[in-house]
Unconditional design. Structure first.
Length: 363
């Protein structure tokens, strides 16, 4: 195993692992280390992080858990164990599930736009964006590492923002560092237009266009969920403009425009309005019309090209299962409105950002 991973990688990536020999022996390196004076009485994981600086502390903790670290010839697995000056450490640098996840995979990418600086993809539902426990392969990141050589030199392979696993739609990805920096800044300054189509439960009530400004934070009763919480309870400001495009007594089809980017923001705000998303069991949505995931699709992405300055306004209709569910539920009028909006004479990006929910949709 080479001693230095790509500069932007927080864990060993494909470039740090042999891709011609899958045997464990071929991918293992033994490090013999000695604890220096300045690390006397330090935690074991802290000492390892300093003595093996080219690998992340997270990766080294995984090696500890696997029994790949020995202290004085005895296997140790407690990160908090205190070491002493002169202690002999032996570290078997072996692949872990996480380290092996950062490798290229020839997965199909639905590319909507691409040039030398950035690309926009239409992510399918069910595809994870970034490797994580339970999904160490088959991710967008793995696909990007195979798609272009520069991805391995970028943090998160150039991924600027994420979509939930079961949310489909448009995502922008940088292909070089200065482009990534510029896109991150545009997001921070709320200069990226992000609109979603969603199917909610229940008939739409109240004004056709509604602005939801409710802070979002971790649900204290269900730690895997987010919720509308008070700012003083660690909530973060969140704003979503939501416009109803079709409604029946049982369901509604809406367009939601993000002005902030909190985790699960649209799902939480729709639940707050009394319209949990179809198929979104996490937030109270029910399965219907074949939709067993949240009926949420990122359909419009607008940004100023960081290099050319060109305004890009890209759109993609939801996938077939989403469209079929909307039709089956009597929400075809909303789909027609989306189709018309794709060909409508649209305002500039700045006008769209200022106007709120859907200035480009026909009345």
């Amino acid at each position: 195993m080479p001693t230095t991973p790509p500069v932007a990688a927080s864990l060993p990536t494909a470039a740090a692992l042999p891709d011609t020999d899958s045997s464990l022996e071929a991918q293992t390196e033994l490090r013999q280390l000695q604890v220096p004076a300045h690390l006397h009485a330090s935690r074991l994981d802290k000492a390892l992080a300093e003595l093996v600086p080219e690998f992340s502390r997270s990766y080294l903790q995984q090696l500890l858990a696997q029994g790949a670290v020995q202290l004085g010839g005895q296997s140790v697995g407690k990160p908090a164990l205190k070491v002493k000056m002169g202690d002999a450490l032996s570290v078997e640098m072996r692949p872990t599930a996480q380290s092996q996840s950062f490798k290229p995979e020839a997965l199909p990418l639905n590319v909507v736009y691409e040039d030398a600086h950035l690309l926009v993809i239409n992510k399918p539902a069910g595809m994870v964006v970034h490797p994580a426990p339970g999904n160490w392969s088959g991710t967008v990141l793995n696909a990007l590492l195979a798609h272009h050589s520069g991805a391995a030199q970028l943090l998160r392979a150039g991924i600027v923002h994420r979509l939930d696993k079961d949310t489909s739609g448009l995502m922008m990805v940088a292909k070089e560092q200065h482009t990534m920096d510029a896109l991150v800044q545009q997001l921070a300054e709320r200069q990226v237009l992000r609109r979603y189509l969603a199917i909610g439960q229940g008939a739409w009530h109240g004004a056709r266009v509604q602005r939801v400004e409710q802070p979002i934070g971790r649900d204290v009763r269900h730690r895997l969920r987010m919720a509308v919480v008070a700012l003083e309870a660690a909530g973060k400001n969140a704003r979503t403009d939501i416009e109803c495009w079709a409604s029946t007594p049982q369901h509604c089809l809406v367009q939601a425009q993000l002005h902030t980017g909190r985790t699960h923001q649209i799902r939480v705000h729709m639940q707050h309005l009394g319209h949990p998303l179809l198929g979104d069991s996490t937030y109270g949505g029910q399965v219907a019309a074949g939709m067993q995931r949240q009926a949420l699709h990122a359909w419009t992405l607008g940004l100023q090209h960081p290099v050319t300055g060109q305004e890009l306004l890209l759109q993609a209709l939801p996938p077939p299962d989403w469209l079929a569910a909307a039709q089956a539920l009597g929400l075809g009028a909303g789909i027609e409105q989306a189709q018309q909006a794709m060909h409508y004479n649209r305002p500039s990006l700045q006008e769209a950002l200022l106007a709120g929910s859907s200035p480009d949709a026909p009345n």
